[in-house]
Design a protein around this ligand. Structure first.
Ligand SMILES: Nc1ncnc2c1ncn2[C@@H]1O[C@H](COP(=O)(O)OP(=O)(O)O)[C@@H](O)[C@H]1O
Ligand SMILES: [Mg+2]
Length: 371
């Protein structure tokens, strides 16, 4: 059984590592010579849209999936219709996730609360959006944003118009700023037979738009129930196959959907050691038509991202119980180069250890109160 993966980043690498014990092989397509997946699986180097390479991947593999959200839906759609390739998750879900306006419309259609927003394509539309949505807010590019890139927070009209100039001549969205109490995300999987499973809720801390810390299970049962209901609605809407993530702000006890990710997600990395079946394994099970695995948490987990460069391995491994994941990437400011996970018997012990670790690994990031 071989799975073809378009994109060979760390998510693809962790998919491969989860698949090998099940006897699954992998072929990756990625333009980069040092794609992280290349250290653990064969990679064919070329453009994500190269029709010959996609054709070859389809011939060699049972199913194609992707680990990167900003690949061309058109190229994959054309390929699927011409070659009859099976691509999971479904392309309409990928298309919705690629455009923040489509994402917001999806939430509204499914009755999932989201931020107030307006599409912005000109200074006069920006003026109208500011009047209708109010300040403060955030101006974002509709497409190609990730890790907080392509978005600027604005407090005044002047700032908004400056942000409009800075972001350039691309379609934008203006969103109301949500003074959230915390951020959460929920991850689930749906199989080809329509079976669904949902993981415990993740509590996430971002700094400069990049995820720094996730704790799970997180929050009261009511949040879990609400988030799972919203996630399931999205899964059913797309007749989804694979792993899907929904991110929320929590404001005064209310969950407000922010965005979806049609793939395994950084906030689910704790599931490798912290749950019965990792998100990576469940994605593979789902797209290959295998029974889905149990999503129960095995303890209280914390995942901390290693950003920019890896801390000395000796220092990290000296922390009792720490699980290290080095993606084999070259250091670069703001780049996710690895993560580490702790799984403890109690939330209090997990928080004590994670707080200390975060203080050494990311001194500027505040450790939040327990939820
Ligand atoms: N409308 C908003 N209100 C408050 N915070 C926001 C808003 N939009 C984005 N943020 C902050 O920026 C982070 C990244 O934004 P997001 O829309 O998730 O983009 P990305 O695709 O880069 O993950 C969020 O997790 C949140 O911390
Ligand atoms: Mg996000």
């Amino acid at each position: 059984m071989t799975v073809g993966v378009v994109g060979g980043g760390q998510l693809g690498r962790m998919l491969a590592l989860a698949g090998y014990p099940l006897g699954i092989d992998f072929l990756f397509l990625d333009p980069s010579r040092d794609a992280p997946a290349g250290k653990v699986a064969p990679v064919v180097h070329g453009a994500f849209t190269d029709p010959h390479l996609l054709k070859w991947l389809t011939r060699e593999c049972e199913v194609l999936t992707f680990d990167w959200e900003n690949i061309s839906v058109e190229a994959l759609r054309e390929h699927a219709s011409r070659r009859g390739a099976r691509i999971c998750p479904p392309l309409p879900a990928l298309a919705a996730a690629q455009d923040r306006v489509c994402e917001k419309q999806l939430f509204e259609r499914l009755g999932i609360p989201t931020t107030r927003w307006r599409a912005v394509g000109s200074p006069s539309q920006l003026a109208r959006a500011l009047a209708e949505v109010g300040l403060p807010g955030v101006l974002k590019t509709r497409r190609l944003g990730y890790d907080g890139k392509g978005q600027l927070r604005v407090r005044t009209r002047e700032e908004a118009h400056r942000a409009f100039e800075t972001l350039g001549d691309v379609p934008l969205i203006y969103e109301q700023w949500v003074p959230f109490d915390c951020e959460v995300s929920i991850i689930g999987a749906r199989s080809r037979r329509g079976e669904t499973v949902v993981y415990p809720l993740n509590g996430n801390v971002h700094a400069d738009g990049i995820l720094r810390l996730t704790r799970a299970p997180f929050g009261p049962p009511r949040w879990q129930r609400t988030a799972a209901r919203h996630l399931t609605r999205c899964l059913e809407h797309f007749r989804y196959v694979g792993v899907l993530t929904v991110e929320f702000f929590v404001h005064k006890g209310r969950l407000i959907a922010n965005e979806i990710a049609p793939r395994v997600h950084n906030s689910g990395h704790w599931t490798i050691e912290g749950s019965c079946t990792s998100q990576f394994e469940n994605h593979l099970r789902a797209i290959l038509g295998l029974p889905l695995g149990c999503t129960r948490a095995l303890g209280h987990s914390a995942m901390i991202n290693l950003i920019g460069e890896l801390a000395p391995r000796e220092r990290l491994l000296a922390c009792e119980g720490l699980h290290l994941h080095d993606y084999g990437k070259q250091p670069r400011p703001g780049r996710k180069v690895g993560h580490c996970t702790l799984v403890e018997d109690s939330a209090a012990k997990r928080d004590r250890l994670a707080r200390r670790l975060l203080a050494t690994l990311a001194p500027g990031v505040r450790f939040p109160r327990a939820a």
